[in-house]
Design a protein around this ligand. Structure first.
Ligand code: NAI
Length: 256
């Protein structure tokens, strides 16, 4: 695809960038002219992707549940690229379990990554983005943050909380004149390892995949670039009037 520089001059930090939607988003941001710090807990694929993206990309380890990792990674972005304008809070884990079969340990683990990780990212990136002249925070929630499923208790809860945290962050940034926008993205099922893991946990993964696709009015599971295009839009000034909003990419699922 041709580069048109939609985020030229921006510095972006993407979490969970070694795989799936994070990898696609980091690639799209670099393709559109941003310098990108890819972060993950999977160092080898994260480093390999950063290397393949060239001089505009770097990789560093960032476990989103660890506050000290956040401070170090944001410091690394500023030391390497001189600024931070965009944060994509993408790292997440899934879990298929209803409320009765969810252990407290699993409940806390899902919330630690999906919700605490997003909270820590917003908290620590805001001062850095403000000092860089403003920018955009993009929180990858899920359609599961809006529409519930009987067997997604912890995941539903964590993603719904991300949706509302996003609005609080957006209002705080607007009120303090920080020139930082904050929006959430709500994808339906997209073909990535997280979805594969959830499907493998069912009795018949292929039947489960067909069932998921048939539930989407457009009739298909999404592709990672469907979400990456939205990330570029939210990272760029094309979305400068948008904050505290939900960008729903669900093939019509929630329109019913
Ligand atoms: P994925 O499993 O391919 O990628 C998730 C990445 O997050 C992995 O590279 C993993 O190593 C990383 N990660 C996990 N725990 C981490 C931690 N503590 N610190 C840092 N990184 C960590 O999954 P996918 O699909 O790319 O998911 C990305 C985001 O999109 C997640 O927040 C997910 O909930 C969300 N999402 C995914 C959908 C799908 O159907 N694939 C649909 C809706 C939302």
């Amino acid at each position: 695809m041709t580069m048109s520089g939609r985020v030229h001059g921006r510095v972006a930090l993407v979490t969970g960038a070694a795989s799936g939607l994070g990898a696609a988003s980091a690639t799209a941001l670099a393709r559109e002219g941003a310098r990108v710090l890819l972060t993950d807990v999977q160092d080898d694929p994260g480093q390999a992707l950063a290397t393949s993206l060239g001089e505009a990309a770097r990789y560093t380890r960032l476990d989103v549940t660890q506050e000290e990792d956040w401070c170090r990674a944001i410091g690394f972005a500023i030391a390497t690229f001189g600024a931070l304008h965009v944060l994509v809070n993408n790292a997440g884990i899934g879990m298929l379990a209803d409320v009765e079969s969810t252990s407290l340990e699993d409940w806390r683990r899902v919330h630690a990554v999906n919700l605490d990780g997003t909270f820590l990212g917003c908290k620590h990136a805001i001062p850095a983005i403000r000092a860089s002249g403003g920018g955009s925070i993009i929180n990858v929630s899920s359609i599961s943050g809006i529409v519930a499923g009987h067997n997604l208790a912890a995941y539903n809860s964590s993603k719904a909380a991300v949706r509302h945290l996003t609005k609080s962050v957006a209002l705080h940034c607007a009120r303090t004149g920080s020139r930082i926008r904050c929006n959430s993205i709500h994808p339906t099922f997209v073909a990535t390892p997280i979805l594969d893991a959830m499907l493998q946990a069912t009795a018949d993964p292929e039947a489960a995949r067909r069932k998921l696709a048939s539930q989407i009015p457009l009739g298909a599971i999404g592709e990672p670039d469907d979400i990456a295009f939205a990330v570029v839009y939210l990272a760029s000034d094309e979305s400068k009037l948008m904050t505290g909003a939900e960008l729903v990419l669900d093939g019509g699922l929630s329109a019913r």
